[in-house]
Design a protein around this ligand. Sequence first.
Ligand code: 6CR
Length: 235
Amino acid sequence: MSIHIQAEKGEIAPVVLLPGDPLRAKFVADTYLEEVLCYNRVRGMYGFTGIHQGVRVSVQGSGMGMPSMAIYVNELIQSYDVRCIIRIGSCGALQEEVEVHDLVFAMTASTDSVMNLERFPLGFTYSPAPTYTLLERAIQAAREEQLRYHVGSVLSTDSFYHDNSDLWKQWARFGTLAVEMETYQLYTLAAKFNIETLSILTVSDSLLTRKELNSEERQIGLQNMFDVVFSIIRS
Ligand SMILES: Nc1nc(Cl)c2ncn([C@@H]3O[C@H](CO)[C@@H](O)[C@H]3O)c2n1
């Protein structure tokens, strides 16, 4: 047991898929896993372990934002010996060529969060990166399935609502593909504990066109992301 996860040691697989939404974790478990064990219900942040085509994998909600996600990532790694965490999330497009329904594989992340200031003093900007082999396998899967995907940097922000609604334009000017709220800290913690990681994101909205997926479209639109992540799991 850890403070926020009620699982017994051994109930969580070495590979964990991490959506922000715990109901998406339930959807993934119901749809892709067999012999499913629900190992966590604390605070409604469901966690499940099951078998996908012979491979044991877990899927766990992280909540929205880096503080919440960091609680679960720290406990998954330190209390349950998790060795690979793949974020399966959503993001908002910041570039014209990044369209709703597309996939984004985060090659790095920028942030406006102060969480890393206790690790790296002001002026020391840490640039986190995913595990190259996972990124390579995600790109290969997307190419094989002829999916629209983009590889580049994302912005992990602490705020969904900003007073300055044009703030994102500066990040876009420097090539940031999309905005979300977890990747920067996930990659930092994966590097700290030397585990594998990757963020695979579905574009759910665009800050340029203001187009956004409704909740039903989000569910359907996530299929491509699930296809890619389970292709990685099987490989
Ligand atoms: N700031 C922000 N902005 C936009 Cl346009 C987003 N589109 C999806 N997300 C993700 O979805 C949740 C917010 O709806 C967060 O977990 C975040 O990672 C977004 N987060």
